[in-house]
Design a protein around this ligand. Structure first.
Ligand code: ASP
Length: 331
């Protein structure tokens, strides 16, 4: 039987990091090195490996992500059954969601990385890469959008969060759980993600979208500064179901008359509400002042969505409509 083809693109991250001294690890390995370290990959698929960047994921820029996306589309157009992107885990919950917003193919795009560098005992990179390639090659993974495979679990890009800075099981999908799990080398799916049609690719300059976490005694000065500095949109990581101090609520009203202001919950799980509370600074008050609720999207995912909508040149009503559709969808 001819093997299906899987394309592996590497962007850097701990999975590629080595050190020749006592100094900390830095990205060095190329995609071909990652493939060579896992001989079992050859039994799963025929592989194409390409180094797209050699960066810590904190330094990935939108243009790196869009170039990776274009490469992934070209691989699928060239006959690949699926694509794996390897990158650092620090921003993986953001980039995977960005890829998902644009991924307009049935072939799976799988994102993976590692929590332990290759030189460390028990390094998880090889197992994660193998599981990602297995998932990318599997017919069962088609039509599910962008998937995150870590620690033998398959997550929806729209829901996954990095919930621990060091643990090998750092990736979680709060509330609704994982989509599936690798069992004896096969992905088994128990949930299917809600799919929302892909966005059009960005047109024009990259918008600037600020993410501000509110807190006790927030006087709104940073929001005022962000708008004055020319940011094109702002996401507020709000308290609970979407609450802010009264002083910030006033600033949100002023900011929302100029640029889209989105509020998401900073709790790490759950959704924003619409009509549960009625005090000044509550979710219903922020909605009445023109802010947009992120729903189930975490603050960083809401920031990616707002970036993509502004990059498409959408106006306030379309931005609000997209947040209702995507923030309300449950994966
Ligand atoms: N600690 C990160 C990782 O797991 C570093 C990065 O995101 O590049 O890959």
């Amino acid at each position: 039987m001819t093997q299906s083809r899987v394309a592996i693109g590497s962007l850097g991250g701990t999975i590629t990091m080595t050190s020749e001294s006592e100094a900390g690890v830095t990205p060095t390995l190329e995609a071909a090195d990652l493939v060579a370290a896992v001989p079992a990959l050859a039994t799963v698929a025929s592989l194409e490996a390409k180094t797209l960047a050699v960066l810590p994921s904190a330094s990935l820029r939108p243009e790196d992500c869009l170039a990776a996306l274009a490469w992934a589309r070209a691989a699928v157009d060239g006959g690949a059954a699926g694509v794996v992107l390897v990158q650092g885990t620090d921003t993986l919950e953001e980039t995977a969601y960005l890829f998902d917003l644009y991924w307009d193919r049935d072939e799976p795009l799988v994102v993976t990385g590692a929590m332990r560098a290759p030189q460390r005992p028990g390094s998880d990179g090889p197992a994660n890469l193998l599981a990602a390639v297995v998932t990318a090659a599997a017919p069962e993974s088609r039509g599910l959008g962008v998937l995150v495979v870590m620690n033998d679990e398959v997550h929806a890009a729209a829901r996954v969060v990095k919930a621990d800075s060091m643990a090998v099981d750092a990736f979680r999908s709060p509330v609704f759980g994982v989509l599936g799990r690798l069992v004896e080398g096969v992905p088994v799916f128990g949930n299917r993600p809600a799919r929302v049609p892909a966005l059009d690719d960005p047109a024009g300059a990259s918008p600037r979208v600020a993410l501000l976490a509110t807190h006790l005694d927030d006087d709104g000065e940073l929001l005022r500064q962000a708008v004055a500095a020319g940011y094109d949109g702002v996401v507020i990581a709000a308290l609970g179901v979407g609450h802010v101090p009264a002083a910030l609520a006033e600033e949100i009203a002023a900011a929302a008359s100029k640029v889209p202001v989105v509020f998401a919950t900073r709790t790490g799980a759950g959704t924003t509400a619409r009509s549960t509370y009625g005090f000044v600074g509550s979710e219903s008050d922020l909605l009445a002042r023109g802010a947009i609720a992120a729903g189930w999207l975490t603050p960083v995912k809401a920031r990616q969505l707002l970036w993509a909508l502004l990059a498409q040149g959408l106006g306030p009503e379309d931005v609000a409509r997209q947040f209702a559709a995507r923030g309300g969808a449950v994966a």
